[in-house]
Design a binder for this molecule. Structure first.
Ligand code: UTP
Length: 294
């Protein structure tokens, strides 16, 4: 029998209770996490990435108007029967199937911030390390971002955060790390964390990019977390408090990241993924050329 040095990452939390105000009116009745990039909703990309990394249990932190996210992963009998009657393949629905019992939802009644959303999942997470996915950060790579993080976790354990480099003038919209010693290929120690710092006070231009592996102790810190930037309970502030007591490493994702929480990032993702598709890439390239043309 092989013994594992670090507890395996079996659970993932997907906070999906935010209001998605930047996409209004599109997100008035439809959750942001269901907006499709080409033909898959954002949440599907995140769930696919989680499965590739070996995650078994999906924990959705939902809120008002978000039930359609859960329905996306439900069996749709009428649809399936109709497709079958018409002789159409059901393969396209395969990624939406979840093993019974492996999807759990908890409610965040009021969107009080990302830290608060994660804390809402404390009873389901229990006493084991877990992953977090922000579905509006679309990460495309081979292997996927979380798989790269789990591989790094299997070496160093502790807490891991995915980071990426941005122009210095952009840092104040994000969580920013203070990098320490290099710990391997694409792996750096984290000595500090700050949410949305003014440019001149930012410890680096390495920002948090929506994927985390955290130890369960973070739930205890979140329990007493005060409001931070934007009047919200911030996950970054809770993690910052744990530095010194627990190991934190940053993983630079080898792949592409699209910020689908912003409109232009969403359009970039749609265009990039459509151009790469075998079934439509050539046609989309022609359309893009025509639109840009002359
Ligand atoms: P965002 O900061 O992008 O917020 O949240 P938002 O509400 O979704 O969108 P905007 O800024 O108003 O346009 C990042 C992720 O955290 C979740 C969101 O659903 C999103 O997936 N979140 C945020 C919660 O679940 N609860 C919160 O209180 C805040």
């Amino acid at each position: 029998m092989t013994s594992q040095k670090h507890k395996p990452i079996r659970k993932a939390v997907f906070p999906v209770a935010g209001l998605g105000t930047r996409f209004l009116p599109a997100t008035k009745a439809i959750p942001k996490e269901l907006l499709p990039v080409v033909d898959r909703p954002l949440i599907q990309y995140a769930v696919d990435e989680a499965r590739e990394a070996g995650i078994e249990q999906l924990i959705f932190v939902t809120g008002r108007g978000k039930t359609a996210i859960v329905e996306h992963f439900d069996t749709a009998y009428e649809l399936e029967t109709t497709l079958q009657e018409r002789g159409k393949s059901l393969d396209v629905l395969e990624p939406t199937r979840v093993l019974p019992g492996n999807l759990v939802t908890v409610r965040q009644q009021v969107p009080m911030g990302l830290g608060h959303a994660i804390w809402c999942a404390r009873a389901i997470v229990g006493e084991e390390p877990f992953a977090i996915f922000l579905p509006d950060e679309l990460m495309i790579g081979t292997p996927g971002c979380m798989k790269q993080m789990v591989d790094a976790y299997n070496q160093v354990g502790g807490n891991l955060i995915s980071v990426l480099e941005v122009p210095r003038e952009d840092v104040s919209s994000y969580g920013v790390i203070a990098p320490g010693a290099k710990a391997g290929d694409g792996l750096t120690e984290v000595t500090g964390l700050v949410e949305k710092p003014p440019v001149e006070q930012a410890p680096s231009n390495l920002i948090l990019s929506g994927r985390y592996i955290l130890q369960p102790e973070v739930m205890r810190v979140l329990e007493n977390q005060e409001k931070g930037a934007g009047g919200e309970i911030q996950l970054t502030d809770a993690m910052a408090q744990m530095i010194g007591e627990q190991a934190f490493h940053a993983v630079t994702f080898a792949g592409k990241r699209y910020d689908c929480g912003s409109k232009t990032g969403f359009i970039e993702a749609t265009l990039a993924l459509a151009l790469e598709r075998e079934d439509m890439g050539a046609e989309v390239r022609e359309i893009a050329k025509r639109l840009l043309g002359s």
